[in-house]
Design a protein around this ligand. Structure first.
Ligand code: AGP
Length: 602
C-alpha cells in the first residue's frame, strides 16, 4: 500500500493514512504531510493482509491528520477512503447525528462511512434472512442516497478478507494479482503488482477478496468484467538518474514526440493516419465546426489546435474551458465535432463537458494520454498521445505531445479538404524533424539555467507572443506560476499596450516569444515598448531572426522550422526556464503547493 501511495502521491499530497483489518478491530494511522511521514509513523509491520490507504488533496476541511483518510464510522466497524465530493453530506450528517452517530472530521467522506454503518445496523435482520452479504448491501444502499461523485474502498470488521469498492464520477480500477487483488484510483498505483486490470464504470460496485471478485451495479445487476492488459514499462514511472519527474519528462520529449508519430503517416508521407477516430473521411468532410474542450495546460493545446486547424484545414474552431461549457448551454451546429483533450483522461470538468456534448448527440473525440481512462472510454473515438506516464504535476511532455497530435490532425483534416499534396509532404517532413530539433534545444539547458538564476528573484513576469505563440505565452505563464509561485501573465504581445503595459518596470521582466513570420517585426515593436519602460527582456526566438542589438537582455534560439511545429519547439525553453527558476527558489517542482495532478472534483 505504501508503494502504491507513493506512486499516487502526485494526485494529492497534503496528508495520508492507512487502515488495516486486524482481529482486534481496524488499526488506523494518519499523518499530515507527505507519505514519507506516514511511512515513518507506521514502522515495518502494518499487522494485517487487508487494508485501505489514501493520499489526500483537500476539498472539504483543513489539512489535518483528522481530516486525512481513511475515515472510520463512529461505531468503529467500517473504514473508508473516498475520492470525489458528496454534495448532500450536510443533510446526511445532520440525519446521522440525530441517530446518534458522532463525527471527528470536517469531511464529507466521514458522512458516507457513518451512513454505511447506519444501514448495516438497520438492515441487519432483513438482509440476514434474505441470505445477502450485509456489508455489500449496506454499501449499495448508502450509495443510492449519495448526490455527487465518489471512488471509494471500504472494509468492515465483521468481514475479514473482504473489500468493497464503488465508483461514480471518480476513477476506480481493479487489479487482478497472484494471490491478491487490488483497487486503485489510477493504474500507476498497482502496475508494480499486476498488469491485469478491470476499469470500473460509473455506478458499479466491486466486491473482492484476495482470490475472487464480483462486479454488480448499485442497483444489483451483475456486470461482466472485461480484463485489460496494461502494457506499461514500470521503469517509465521511476526517476532514474533525474532529480525530478519534471526534469525527466522535459528531457523525454524527443522520445514522447517520436512515439506520438510512430505509424501515423500515410505511405506517400503526405498526410497523417489515425486508427481510432471511428469517423470515415466522408463523415469528417461533413464537419463544419470543431469545438475543443479542456482545462489548464490541455486548454492551451486546444488554442494551438484552433490556429492550426483553421490555418491548414480551414475548419472553424472554437475552444472552451470544459468547466464553463458544461453549464453554459451553448447553441451548437449539428455538424459540430467535439474534441476533448486531457492528459489524465480523468479530469472531472472535461469529463462532465464531454458527457454534456454526448447527451446532446454530438460526435465526440478524445486526445488523451492514459489508455483506458474514463474520457478515452466514453468518447466515440480518439487519439492516444503515447507520451508515456506523466508524473510531474506540471505538464510538459503531455503538452508538446498534444500539440503534435493537433498538428497531425490539422494536416489530416487539411488533406481531406484543400491542403495540397506538396504542402502535406512539407508538413510531414517538418513533423519528423521535431524530435531531433527538440534534442538540440535541450542542449541549451545550462544556458537557460544561467538565465533562470538571474531572474529567479522577481515576483512578476509577463509572457508575450502573437498568433501561434500566444498559447505558448499562456502556457509559459502557467508553468512559472504553478511551480515557482511567481505571478505571471500570458498575453498576445500586441494586447500589452491595452493595459498590462502598466505593470512594466525594472521589477517586471517580459519573456518574448517571437518566430520568423509575418508578425515578427510587430512583436519586436512590442518588445521595444517594454524596453523603453526599463523592462528586462528574455527573448525566445527562432534562429536567423533579426533581433536588433541591445534589445534583448537574454536570448534563447530554437532551430528554424515550419510554422506548424514552432509551438512545440518554443515550448521547450519555456519549460526549462520555469523549471530552473523554481529550483533556484527552492520550490518542490514535482509537487507544487495546493495542486494535484488530475483533478477529479469539480
Ligand atoms: C498543468 O501543468 C496543470 N497541472 C493542469 O493545468 C492540467 O493541465 C489540467 O488540470 C488538465 O489536466 P488533464 O490534461 O489531465 O485533463
Amino acid at each position: 500500500m505504501l508503494e502504491g501511495l507513493k506512486r499516487l502521491e502526485y494526485r494529492g499530497y497534503d496528508s495520508s493514512g492507512v487502515a488495516v483489518w486486524t482481529e482486534n478491530g481496524i488499526k488506523q494511522t494518519k499523518r499530515k504531510g507527505r507519505v514519507v511521514e506516514l511511512e515513518t509513523a507506521l514502522g515495518d509491520d502494518l499487522g494485517g493482509t487487508l487494508g485501505i490507504s489514501h493520499t489526500r488533496w483537500a476539498t472539504h476541511g483543513d489539512v489535518t491528520a483528522t481530516n486525512a483518510h481513511p475515515h472510520t464510522s463512529s461505531d468503529g466497524k467500517f473504514a473508508l477512503v473516498h475520492n470525489g465530493v458528496i454534495e448532500n453530506y450536510v443533510g446526511m450528517k445532520n440525519f446521522l447525528i440525530e441517530k446518534g452517530y458522532s463525527f471527528k472530521s470536517q469531511t464529507d467522506s466521514e458522512a458516507l462511512c457513518n451512513l454505511i454503518a447506519y444501514h448495516y445496523t438497520k438492515e441487519e435482520e432483513e438482509q440476514e434472512s434474505a441470505g445477502k452479504n450485509r456489508f455489500l448491501e449496506s454499501v449499495r444502499k448508502s450509495l443510492r442516497h449519495v448526490e455527487g461523485t465518489y471512488g471509494i474502498a471500504v472494509i468492515c470488521t465483521d468481514y475479514p478478507g473482504e473489500l468493497i469498492g464503488a465508483r461514480k464520477g471518480s476513477p476506480l480500477i481493479l487489479g487482478l494479482g497472484k494471490g491478491e487483488n487490488l483497487l486503485a484510483s489510477d493504474v500507476n498505483a498497482i502496475t508494480h503488482c499486476t498488469q491485469n486490470v478491470v476499469y470500473l464504470n460509473d455506478n458499479e460496485v466491486v466486491h473482492l477478496s484476495n482470490d475472487d471478485f464480483a462486479i454488480t451495479t448499485v442497483s444489483c445487476q451483475s456486470v461482466e468484467a472485461v480484463i485489460h492488459q496494461v502494457d506499461w514499462d514500470t521503469s517509465e514511472t521511476e526517476l532514474g538518474d533525474y532529480k525530478h519527474f519534471m526534469e525527466k519528462e522535459i528531457f523525454e520529449q524527443p522520445t514522447s514526440l517520436q512515439n506520438g508519430m510512430r505509424g501515423r503517416f500515410s505511405d506517400d508521407a503526405s498526410t497523417a493516419v489515425f486508427g481510432g477516430l471511428n469517423l470515415t473521411p466522408q463523415e469528417l468532410r461533413q464537419i463544419d465546426r470543431i469545438l475543443f474542450l479542456a482545462c489548464g495546460t490541455a486548454w492551451h493545446s486546444c488554442l494551438v489546435a484552433e490556429y492550426l486547424i483553421e490555418r491548414f484545414a480551414r475548419i472553424p474552431v472554437e475552444v472552451e474551458y470544459a468547466s464553463e461549457f458544461r453549464y453554459r448551454n451553448a447553441p451548437l451546429d449539428k455538424n459540430t465535432l467535439v474534441v476533448a483533450i486531457s492528459q489524465s483522461g480523468e479530469t472531472i470538468d472535461t469529463l462532465g463537458a464531454l458527457r454534456e456534448a454526448k447527451r446532446k448527440g454530438y460526435r465526440t473525440l478524445a486526445i488523451n494520454n492514459s489508455v483506458g481512462s474514463t474520457i478515452a472510454r466514453e468518447s466515440d473515438g480518439g487519439i492516444y498521445q503515447h507520451a508515456g506516464p506523466e508524473i510531474g504535476v506540471a505538464s510538459t511532455k503531455a503538452f508538446t505531445s498534444q500539440i503534435m497530435i493537433c498538428a497531425m490532425l490539422a494536416l489530416y483534416l487539411g488533406r481531406l479538404r484543400d491542403l495540397s499534396y506538396g504542402d502535406g509532404v512539407e508538413i510531414v517532413k517538418a513533423l519528423k524533424k521535431v524530435p531531433a530539433q527538440v534534442e538540440q534545444i535541450l542542449e541549451q539547458n545550462d544556458h537557460i539555467a544561467a538565465i533562470a538564476k538571474r531572474y529567479s528573484k522577481y515576483e512578476d513576469c509577463l509572457f508575450l507572443g502573437r498568433q501561434l505563440m500566444f498559447p505558448i505565452a499562456l502556457e509559459g505563464a502557467l508553468k512559472l506560476k504553478e511551480i515557482s509561485y511567481i505571478h505571471a501573465e500570458g498575453y498576445p504581445a500586441a494586447e500589452m499596450k491595452h493595459g498590462p503595459i502598466a505593470l512594466i518596470s525594472e521589477e517586471c521582466p517580459s519573456v518574448f516569444l517571437a518566430t520568423n513570420g509575418e508578425t515578427f517585426h510587430k512583436s519586436l515593436a512590442n518588445a521595444q515598448e517594454v524596453k523603453a519602460r526599463k523592462g528586462k527582456i528574455i527573448c525566445i526566438a527562432t534562429e536567423g531572426c533579426d533581433i536588433p542589438e541591445g534589445l534583448a537582455d537574454e536570448t534563447v534560439l530554437v532551430p528554424e522550422a515550419h510554422e506548424i511545429v514552432t509551438p512545440i519547439l518554443m515550448s521547450i525553453p519555456v519549460q526549462l526556464l520555469s523549471y530552473h527558476v523554481a529550483l533556484e527558489r527552492g520550490c518542490d517542482v514535482d509537487k507544487p503547493r495546493n495542486l494535484a495532478k488530475s483533478v477529479t472534483v469539480e
